[in-house]
Design a binder for this molecule. Sequence first.
Ligand code: UDX
Length: 470
Amino acid sequence: MDTEPPPPHVLIFPFPAQGHVNSMLKLTELLLEASLNITFLISAKDHDRLARFTTVHSHLTRYLGRFRFHVIHGLYEGPMDTDEKLSVMIADSLPKVAVPLLRDLLVDSHVTCLIVDGIMGFPIDVAKGTGVPVIFFRTISACALWAYFSVPGLINSGDLPFQGTNLDERIVSLEGMEAFLRRRDLPSFCRSDLNNQTLQQVIGVSRRTTEAHALLLNTFDELEGPIVSQIQKHCPNIYTIGPLHAHLKARTLSKLTSSNSLFEEDKTCITWLDQKAPKSVLYVSFGSLVTVTREQLMEFWHGLVNSGKPFLWVIRDDLVLKHDDENKVPYELEEGTKKRGYMVGWVPQEDVLAHPAVGAFLTHNGWNSTLESIVEGVPMISWPYFADQQINSRFVEAVWKLGLDMKDTCDRKIIEKTIKVVMEDRKMEFIESADRMARLAKETVNEGGSSYGNLNRLVEDIKMMGVGSK
Ligand code: UDX
């Protein structure tokens, strides 16, 4: 008698940082909903934080033994707020610990396929010879990935390294972006010496995408279709399945979802928002990694207070670089904040962006934040900090028309003025384009939408891998 084969077993391996763990957990739950078995590799620090600050552990137990965390011990646990620190983590700390672990898991755990964060190339080498297909998942936008991928071409064409200091010079040889891309919009690594380790690593790993069995992108065709087509010339097997957080909500309509925060959420901000008029509040957050100097903090603070708008501002414990004894806050800022501001350490961001009182988002344009803002139809004011954020913010302003980009400035007058333009002078224009994009984002993850169809195709393809390996 034939016995039913066990469901495919997928090993998921994110890079250990908030934006990566968060979106790969969403993917995990979508695959669990499709009846696959999942093992999720996670650093001890992130595992502990999820246990302390979320209900994710109990939430995932409802998949009745089909999900487990596999905890990685011994990883670097310090901050990753610079290109260099990220680079050391990717090239050194992580592979040292993860290579032997992966080797064992691939041999002993009947893995059908490995879905690995495409910021790391070494799992492809580990999987070689095991017969286990490796799928890359990129937590960044297609436009950022395409820019990373194209760096060697930009060097050949002479766009890189920059000649002279004019960052407004056009980049004319990046296919699909010729009309609007400037030097300053390229990923931050491109501004440094081309031999720099981070840039070399980014180029190397992005090129390795062609070695992966497939590429998953947390984006949707209506947003980035033309750029996805560019990547497809080199990596034919792409699944655009985002925005993942909206996709998960669409597929688990009647059930509760869990926050995947690695920081403790302060929910009092929702009560504060409840008292505010519709679309009146500026929400300010720079994600999980950005740090600012005290001078930059003061420029933002003055700009926010002087704009006259109510503001909800996430100030993580480690946001400001140097705490010295001269942290006295000017009287007018204290008063302005008492009247109109609310500052917290970490918020439930998806809920905040969905709140009717929020009228705009001052963001670093990390890709998760950008997608979350798009889904809720919230116009953006961009202050990109590093890596992919520079190009995301260019797309926000110049391509999607969802807001204004303040990159490379940090001046209280510009901040005040930009807030007023987005929330007053051009308010209706930005709201209309944000509403339009939000509609497309919701359609794509529901039945008949492109991301919805692509996820079904992915699940079927993984099931076929399972059949092939039996
Ligand atoms: C960075 C990158 O810039 C991003 O593009 C890349 O893919 C991963 O590394 P990060 O700085 O964490 O990520 O930003 P972002 O991608 O926006 O992710 C932050 C996440 O934290 C979002 O999902 C957001 O909802 C959440 N968040 C942020 C909260 O839940 N509460 C907060 O107070 C702030």
